[in-house]
Design a protein around this ligand. Structure first.
Ligand code: TEU
Length: 603
């Protein structure tokens, strides 16, 4: 049952293009900037780069609102720049996967414009619904049902020219595509093939678990006029969250399998990873089992969504201790055990920095120690680890203090909605944004300790010539989002040549995965599960013909390679728990003896 695809020992690095490297001094990261930093990534040792969206976009949601899938936004460069990046990456042995955002497009996409005007070709490519009977379209109460957008306000937007509402789970500039329409699906597959043929190595698929919606037998969404499916109860802000009726819908497997046949059959060396909020671990097995020909692996969110289901959602959560993450990973690890595969991540562009969330970033010593502990724990699991830019430096949450320093539409919209409805006080909401707001991950990459951390030459540091060249109208040459003042201490330049740095630690972890089969493929088993602070597990790989080997503690382990991994995930001094200690002592004795057993010890 072992999944031995090429990526089973690979590590993926996520680049958030706007914040990675600016090459033309407009304060905005771009594709030539990424290309100029590829050797840094090759040196770190990662195998694959995932680029967040660089397509043409009005940038309402930083590129997750695409107006042309087959073009690059001028702010990031050109298609030729993209070709150049691919060529250079491939030369360095790096694969590149792109973000595929096909739950929705921008409302400025030609498909949507055609749909809004009923051009005869795109009429049903989006999800349209009449106003409620007795109401005039656009007036309060006329919305087809009470669904609220994840980014605030109603999930329905009135379009006078068509005389109907369209559905959007995200912002009103991100209309959901209608996956029930097969012409639309074919157009998506065609576009994907166009990119694969151009030389990319696969896709990270944005909210791919949300594409199939739940309809009643007459094709009506829950709660709309005449629907056989009733509306769930609204939250204190008056809205029903549509998530339960959109995630892991009835036709998801069918769509993913159809996509596989249309795009990936007959190709090899590619990677597909689906962002899959709302998918259970059991369902993840189905989606990622190679024989089902859907996706290679998924991002699951249980470990970052702990305690987020109260009225204030993630914004009102103050307690997310690391020990609550452990049972989530236990479930994720069962996916590989059952023939599927999983991805491993703590950070991405939507999440706070892990070292601030679960570690201690209040002193330099503790920041470094917690960044390493988190890295070790994540990277020694079975699955494919993802590093989010700057995580390999132990970058922290943003140091902003006021709302106007934040740019993210989710944080800003939800501030007004939740504070306006009295769900959270302004102080509670601000604390929430500082703790979990998405901009925490989006501050410019800290390359060095110069004024703008080496991210951009920017205002005041360049000789002035060409500073604003290539800048989009109205943009100053300041970085688009404030640089964290701790760039003075936390930056790549000070870490790459320091063998004790967080960066060097990541590099060693990546090497270990490449070199050691037990890290890539060994079975996973938690030990000392009742320890409050220590997270410990054992990886085991049969190496000989030691048939029937199963338990880490088994006596007959002469033909197995084992790896014991444990970390104190608290700031306190604690004792090594019982099972871990026993295995550690056994390992130390075993190293000296001649029982043929091989051990790696990670402390
Ligand atoms: O995110 C989807 C998603 O699940 C988010 O709602 C996420 O949980 C939330 O941002 C955390 O607060 C994807 C992209 O990663 C995100 O950047 C986009 O904004 C979103 O889809 C819409 O495309």
């Amino acid at each position: 049952d072992k999944n031995t695809s090429w990526w089973s020992n690979a590590v993926v690095y996520q680049v958030y293009p706007r914040s990675f490297q600016d090459s033309n001094g407009d304060g905005m990261g771009d594709i030539p900037g990424i290309t100029s930093r590829l050797s840094y990534l090759a040196d770190l040792g990662v195998d694959v780069i995932w680029l967040s969206p660089v397509y043409k976009s009005p940038q309402d949601d930083n590129g997750y609102d695409i107006s042309d899938y087959q073009d690059i936004d001028p702010m990031f460069g050109t298609l030729e720049d993209m070709d150049e990046l691919l060529a250079r990456a491939h030369e360095l042995g790096l694969k590149v996967i792109m973000d595929l955002v096909v739950n929705h497009t921008s409302d400025e996409h030609a498909w949507f414009k055609g749909s809004a005007t009923r051009d005869g070709q795109h009429d049903d490519w989006y999800i349209w619904q009449d106003p409620r009977e007795g109401f005039v379209g656009g007036e309060p109460g006329a919305e087809p049902n009470n669904w609220g957008s994840y980014f605030g306000g109603s999930a329905w937007q009135w379009v006078p020219e068509r005389g109907q509402y369209f559905f959007h789970q995200f912002s009103k500039k991100q209309p959901d595509l209608n996956w029930e329409n097969s012409d639309m699906r074919q157009a998506v597959y065609e576009m994907m093939n166009w990119w694969m043929d151009r030389g990319i190595d696969g896709f990270r698929m944005d909210v791919i678990s949300l594409i199939s919606k739940k309809y009643d037998e007459n094709g009506l969404l829950p709660g709309v006029e005449g629907s056989l499916i009733e509306m769930r109860e609204a939250g204190p802000d008056g809205y029903v969250n549509p998530f339960a009726d959109c995630s892991d819908g009835p036709r998801l497997d069918e769509f993913l399998n159809e996509m596989h046949r249309a795009v990936f059959d007959g190709r090899d060396g590619y990677l597909t990873v689906g962002e899959a909020p709302g998918i259970s671990t059991e369902r993840a097995v189905t989606v990622t089992k190679p024989e089902n020909r859907e996706l290679d692996m998924l991002f699951l969110f249980e470990h970052v969504d702990i305690n987020t289901y109260g009225p204030g959602g993630k914004w009102g959560v103050t307690e997310q201790p690391f020990r609550d993450v452990r049972p989530c990973f236990k479930k994720y690890e069962s996916i590989a055990e059952n023939g599927g595969w999983t991805s491993l991540f703590f950070c991405n562009h939507d999440q706070p920095r892990s070292v601030s969330r679960w570690g201690d970033d209040s002193s330099e010593e503790m920041r470094v120690r917690s960044a390493k502990a988190l890295a070790l724990i994540l990277h020694m699991h079975k699955g494919t680890p993802y590093i989010y830019q700057g995580e390999e430096l132990g970058m922290t949450n943003a140091d902003y203090t006021t709302l106007d320093q934040f740019e993210d539409l989710e944080s800003i919209n939800m501030y007004h909605q939740l504070v306006g409805a009295g769900v959270l006080t302004p102080e509670e909401m601000m604390a929430g944004i500082k703790r979990v707001g998405r901009d925490n991950a989006r501050t410019p990459m800290q390359w060095d300790d110069s004024k703008y951390a080496g991210f951009t030459a920017g205002k005041g540091e360049s000789d002035g010539a060409g500073v604003d060249e290539g800048a989009k109208g109205g943009l100053s040459a300041e970085p688009w989002l404030g640089v964290n003042a701790n760039k003075a201490v936390i930056n790549a330049a000070s870490q790459v040549n320091d063998s004790e740095s967080v960066w060097s630690f990541y590099k060693r972890l990546i090497e270990l995965r490449h070199e050691s089969e037990v890290v890539a493929l060994g079975d996973w088993k938690a030990i000392d599960e009742d320890s409050r602070d220590v997270y410990a597990f054992v990886r085991t790989l049969e190496t000989g013909d030691g048939e029937g080997y199963a338990e880490a503690e088994s006596e007959d382990s002469s033909s197995a390679e084992k790896l014991l991994v444990f970390g104190n995930m608290s700031g306190d001094e604690v004792e090594i728990p019982e099972q871990t200690l026993a295995l550690l002592e056994e390992a130390r004795a075993g190293q000296a003896s001649e029982n043929g057993r091989e051990w790696d010890i990670a402390i």
